[in-house]
Write a protein that binds this ligand. Structure first.
Ligand SMILES: [Zn+2]
Ligand SMILES: [Zn+2]
Length: 318
């Protein structure tokens, strides 16, 4: 099969990679479409030292098991389900886990992927493949309100107008009437106009510290510092992006102002699929470009260009 492989020398298309062999409890899925996300770009920069097939956002056709023949999306953490952490309900943090396309498990930028059957969710017929491919990042956005209660009156600021920032803004705008997105790109911020969400450039951000909740989706070292300039005392900052580089920052303001800082990663797939099926989240404006898997290296370069939001990879056989 074809696969986009990250090895010691970079990313390349392996046109002749052996098909994955499903482990116990896994099924083979034929990838229909996959999405490139910031994490993929960070992995290429060296984050986590991953080696293998990239890709963790995808829709595929189950080739076996309970959902054979159906379109499926997959949660990305492959947990052991037997250790203490898993038994306590924190499967996403299983110390023995692998993660699709991120940690010790080949990913979805390929014709085929093997995934634990219990990770799969059937895509409702009404949700098109090109929309369902956003399930994983939309679920990540839904993780914010699952960790931090959001009220109608809360002032919410999303930092970052990129892929994840746009999705977090849409999810949070369903809960609060005061969502503001602060970004660096007028063109990306303008996508929010049609959704009734306010967007402002970084230098136009509020000067006062009154936000109840700030969600950092910047993918930049400066995100947390900016968030600390916006959050009110005893407010909450949610950190959504993983950064390969180390950062230094004085944490004294966190202590003095008793700010709660919450790390946030993967989220509930069921909520994401419901929202996509119900049309509550509009993902189409986020699609910047589409490539065939065979042009995957170019697609990754394109996804890293400024101004680009989601780049999709189709894995149709030539
Ligand atoms: Zn991702
Ligand atoms: Zn476990």
């Amino acid at each position: 099969m074809r696969a986009l492989l990250l090895d010691g020398s970079g990313v390349r298309l392996d046109a002749d990679r052996p098909d994955p062999v499903p482990a116990a409890g896994e099924v083979l899925v034929r990838v229909l479409q996959a999405g490139i996300c910031e994490t993929d770009l960070q992995l290429i920069q060296g984050y986590k030292g991953f080696r293998g097939v990239l890709g963790h956002e995808f829709v595929g056709l189950a080739l076996g098991g309970l959902h054979e023949g159906r379109r499926v999306v997959s949660e990305i953490n492959c947990s052991c389900w037997t250790c203490e952490t898993c038994a306590a309900g924190r499967q996403g943090h299983c110390p023995h886990r692998t993660v699709l396309g991120i940690l010790d498990h080949d990913g979805a930028f390929a014709d085929l992927i093997a995934v634990p059957e219990r990770n799969l969710h059937v895509v409702p017929d009404s949700v098109e493949t090109e929309v369902a491919v956003f399930t994983e990042p939309v679920a990540a956005a839904f993780q914010v309100p699952s960790q931090v209660p959001v009220a109608r009156d809360d002032r919410v600021i999303v930092l970052g107008d990129g892929r994840l920032g746009q999705l977090c803004a849409q999810v949070l705008a369903g809960l609060s009437d005061h969502v503001l997105v602060v970004g660096k790109h007028r063109q990306k911020l303008s996508l929010l106009d049609g959704l009734g969400i306010e967007g402002r450039l970084l230098h136009e951000r509020p000067a006062d510290r009154t936000a109840d909740l700030v969600v950092d989706c910047t993918g930049s070292e400066s995100g947390l510092a900016t968030a600390l300039d916006l959050v009110r005392p005893r407010g909450t900052i949610v950190l959504k992006t993983t950064i390969a580089r180390t950062q230094t920052l004085s944490l004294a303001p966190v202590v003095v102002d008793e700010v709660t800082v919450v790390g946030s990663r993967c989220g509930p797939f069921a909520a994401a699929l419901d929202a996509l099926a119900g049309g509550l989240i509009d993902v189409r404006p986020l699609i910047s470009d589409r490539f065939d898997l065979s042009e995957g290296v170019r697609a990754l370069e394109r996804a890293a260009e400024p101004g680009v939001l989601k780049v999709l990879l189709s894995a149709q056989q030539p």
